[in-house]
Design a protein around this ligand. Structure first.
Ligand SMILES: *[C@@H]1O[C@H](CO)[C@@H](O)[C@H](O)[C@H]1NC(C)=O
Ligand SMILES: *[C@@H]1O[C@H](CO)[C@@H](O)[C@H](O)[C@H]1NC(C)=O
Ligand SMILES: *[C@@H]1O[C@H](CO)[C@@H](O)[C@H](O)[C@H]1NC(C)=O
Ligand SMILES: *[C@@H]1O[C@H](CO)[C@@H](O)[C@H](O)[C@H]1NC(C)=O
Ligand SMILES: *[C@@H]1O[C@H](CO)[C@@H](O)[C@H](O)[C@H]1NC(C)=O
Length: 421
């Protein structure tokens, strides 16, 4: 919905991203509307915690935060959301929760009202009674104006800090993970693409993992994964045929190993193979993979071992010279991150990724543009030592990480743009 008061100039500018919509896939590449290969490079911006709006708005305007991201040379933002945000619209028969209500629900009357006042002070075009999704629409519109693409990531069903095996959000059918509501929520937001000019892609679910709290045993395997992920992709595609659809795999998005090799996903059915070409979204499927130093299966202190593991876990889908790779696909590292203190960026893990991803011409989004959270795991105004921003989102938390690591990393990744292998 465009407001009639928008200036024609702004309306014009909204159509130009760093690349032209719609995006598609062609073999191992993401391509833009002109079939030119593009590499997505960006950061994560959390919006999936209890207030269900993008974080940081009590300290800075959304325009300022987007401009900061833009200043890194990035072309994409992975904005995370909770399915609960959409469920509540349906529960209220189409009437959204207001900004005031969502903050009071999340933080209590006193703290919620205080945060609301700060949000309104920092964002003069917001009002207390505006629908929550209007905040998202404004953010999406501003990204369009600043030529940054929006990737919406479904992080959780129930809004809260993510991700553990015991949080009820982990696997299809888990305590809070209602599969039908999940598909409904994804389709609902995908359908915003015509009105949200920056929206180019959707991540179906962040860091799938085995549940330790589900009262009923849930099949945790690629067969169950296939059933739900392909159904959700079809729901998204039916709602919005232009958006790219990101598939993340098992063990906290660590692996999608069977996909590129065409390995059967079922122990009882050899024909169950992931082939995007079996579906209407054949040229929309992208793989996403994460790696953190907490992984107990990947040696992140040994770059050679780490690269080997990343390749085997799915980055091989980018390798068109490997005859075993029967289903090449784009692969994006949609999360990696580390503490902004000290010299962590000089360590093996961070440096290895800075080598590996440009070498493979892979896109990425780091975790995360954040300084503090409205509320996190019960704490109010919680500082994020891994966030790119200072506590009040006014400056970089670590100038050396941003200046000597992140910015060159962005440049080196984009330098391969258009060079097809
Ligand atoms: C939504 O509509 C249903 C059916 O008309 C009604 O029973 C329910 O009370 C409504 N809920 C709200 C929150 O308005
Ligand atoms: C409000 O925040 C303060 C800390 O800033 C905390 O002590 C208090 O319990 C919070 N109140 C509610 C209702 O959450
Ligand atoms: C996930 O991690 C577990 C525990 O380390 C491991 O046994 C299992 O093989 C992993 N699953 C996949 C699909 O890699
Ligand atoms: C095996 O999987 C294929 C592909 O999804 C499906 O068409 C077929 O019906 C399945 N066969 C059995 C016996 O379940
Ligand atoms: C990981 O690699 C380091 C450096 O090569 C090595 O010292 C260490 O033993 C390895 N750890 C494991 C668990 O293999």
């Amino acid at each position: 919905m465009y407001l009639p008061s928008l200036l024609p100039l702004l309306t014009l500018a909204t159509s130009a991203l760093a690349f032209n919509r719609p995006l598609s896939t062609s073999g191992r590449w993401i391509t833009d509307a002109t079939r030119t290969p593009v590499t997505v490079v960006g950061t994560n911006w959390p919006g999936h915690l209890e207030p269900m709006i993008p974080e940081g708005l009590q300290y800075q305007s959304y325009k300022t935060i987007i401009a900061r991201i833009k200043s890194l040379g990035m072309n994409t933002v992975r904005l995370t959301f909770a399915i609960q945000m959409v469920d509540e619209i349906f529960e209220r028969n189409g009437t959204d929760v207001s900004l005031r209500e969502t903050l009071v629900n999340a933080l209590g009357q006193a703290n919620g009202t205080k945060v609301l006042e700060s949000v309104l002070k920092s964002n003069k075009d917001f009002s207390a009674e505006m629908p929550r999704l209007e905040v998202w629409r404004k953010v999406a519109a501003e990204m369009g104006r600043q030529q940054v693409a929006l990737h919406l990531d479904n992080h959780v069903s129930k809004a809260q800090w993510c991700c553990g095996a015991h949080d009820g959000n982990s696997w299809f059918g888990d305590v809070y993970f209602d599969v039908e509501k999940w598909k409904r929520g994804l389709a609902y937001l995908a359908a915003k693409a015509p009105e949200w000019p920056s929206l180019v892609s959707i991540g179906m679910r962040n860091e799938l993992r085995q549940s330790t709290v589900s009262p009923v045993p849930l099949p945790y395997d690629f067969e169950d994964w296939y059933k739900h992920m392909t159904a959700a992709a079809s729901a998204i595609h039916a709602a919005s045929p232009d958006v790219l659809i990101y598939f993340s795999g098992l063990n906290y998005s660590e692996t999608l190993a069977p996909l590129p090799l065409g390995t059967p996903l079922s122990t009882t059915n050899d024909s169950l193979i992931f082939r995007a070409s079996d579906f209407p979204w054949a040229n929309k499927a992208v793989m996403e993979i994460h790696v953190y130093t907490m992984s107990d299966r990947i040696n992140t202190t040994n770059c050679h071992e780490m690269k080997k593991a990343l390749y085997a876990n799915g980055f091989n889908a980018l390798d068109t010279m490997n005859p075993e790779v029967v289903y090449p696909m784009p692969v994006v590292m949609s999360e990696f991150g580390f503490s902004m203190n000290d010299d962590v960026w000089k360590g093996v893990y961070a440096q290895c990724l800075k080598e590996f991803l440009p070498e493979r011409r892979a896109g990425w989004m780091n975790w995360a543009v954040a300084g503090s959270y409205y509320v996190r795991s019960g704490g109010v105004d919680v500082d994020d030592t891994w966030g790119l921003m200072s506590h009040d989102w006014s400056a970089w938390r670590s100038d050396s990480t941003v200046g000597e690591y992140l910015k060159p990393f962005v440049r080196e990744t984009l330098a391969g743009k258009g060079a097809c292998t």
